[in-house]
Write a protein that binds this ligand. Structure first.
Ligand code: PEP
Ligand code: MN
Length: 341
């Protein structure tokens, strides 16, 4: 439930409500806006009537939340939430593009890719050091060496880095290097991992599971917020359907729907959704037109040599062209392309 405090509720009034909820065993999440204080309380609904919260001084109303997710919902916070990764704000006026190779393969490859995406206007560098591969025989990533190279690329370009964590056993190591932790589609419902990653205190990029409904995706985000980490960015990356010409089916309807249901920022990954480089640009444009806050785009200096996801990776020229076109779409949407401070 949400307890909305009156416009000028005093600190004493707010504290009294907090104590009462705490004594009744509710889990409390406080949102102190400029206008008013909103208290999110998660716990046994049957105790609500006994508490008579609406009779307490300073309480404007008590709103039960009917959706299964609470902290991610608009009812809890009108939003929009702006997530800061380094100096880059995701979910504000600017469209942020995170780009880079699917996997960190070598020093030369990563530094070249980082320079290319920075020059073209990306504001975050994304690359995998731990890769969730369908086959155990495929390249699995450079692991710690890959993380070190990402840190070096950040040093050289100023781009904050986003990288995936697949296993709580590697969390401390990944969190030591990363500015934002990615939970991949395959782990979206790995609830233990979600909790652990939330506690690392870094912003989280939560990809939608290939067969997850929007509600399941929001509930996965709820796990992270429920641990006290509000810096979550959702990423639509395609869902599995009967269509097999493309790798997945990009569900762009998810963008306005999630924006309607939640205050969290949403970005789109057309690379993994479509799996073929030539369709990445049109769907990236469509994603921004649908209201997405940013994009995740795979870019490789030489896609034909990539150890992972070459067919969907943009060449440097194609990425440059895409970034030019996005500027126009962003303008139509009354937004601008992000830039490094
Ligand atoms: C990735 O982002 O590199 C990746 C493997 O994507 P997904 O988890 O969406 O399949
Ligand atoms: Mn990939």
């Amino acid at each position: 439930m949400i307890v909305v405090m009156a416009h000028k509720a005093s600190k004493i009034a707010i504290d009294r409500v907090l104590v009462k909820l705490d004594e009744a065993g509710f889990n409390i999440h406080l949102s102190q806006g400029v206008e008013r204080t909103i208290i999110g309380a998660i716990g046994d609904k049957t105790r609500l009537n006994d508490l008579a919260l609406e009779a307490m001084p300073g309480v404007e109303k008590v709103v039960p939340i009917l959706q299964p997710y609470k902290l991610v919902s608009k009812a809890y916070m009108e939003g929009p939430t702006v997530v800061k990764v380094g100096n880059v704000e995701i979910g504000g006026d600017s469209i942020q593009v995170m780009a880079g190779p699917c996997a960190v393969e070598s020093r030369e490859q990563l530094l070249e890719a980082a320079e290319i995406v920075r020059r073209a206007g990306a504001t975050l560098l994304r690359g995998g050091a731990f890769k969730p591969r369908t086959s155990p025989y495929s390249f699995q990533g450079l692991e710690q060496k890959g993380l070190e190279l990402l840190a070096e690329a950040r040093e050289k370009t100023g781009l904050p880095i986003v990288t995936e964590v697949m296993d709580p056993r590697n969390l401390d190591m990944v969190a030591e290097y990363a500015d934002m932790l990615q939970i991949g589609a395959r782990n979206m419902q790995n609830f233990f991992l979600l909790r652990e990653v939330a506690r690392a205190g870094k912003p989280v990029l939560l990809k939608r599971g290939a067969s997850a409904t929007i509600e399941e995706w929001l509930l996965a985000a709820e796990y992270i917020l429920a641990e006290g980490n509000r810096d979550v960015v959702l990423c639509e990356r395609g869902i599995r359907t009967f269509e097999n010409y493309t790798r997945n089916t990009l569900d762009l309807t998810a963008v306005p729907v999630v924006k309607y249901l939640s205050h969290l920022p949403v970005i789109v990954d057309p690379s993994h959704a479509i799996g073929k480089w030539r369709f990445v640009e049109p769907m990236a444009r469509a994603a921004i037109a649908s209201g997405a806050d940013g994009l995740l785009i795979e870019v490789h200096p030489h896609p034909e040599e990539a150890l992972c996801d070459g067919p969907q990776s943009l060449t440097p020229d194609n990425f440059n062209n895409l970034m030019h076109k996005l500027k126009h779409i962003a303008e139509v949407m009354d937004r601008k392309m992000g830039s490094l401070q």
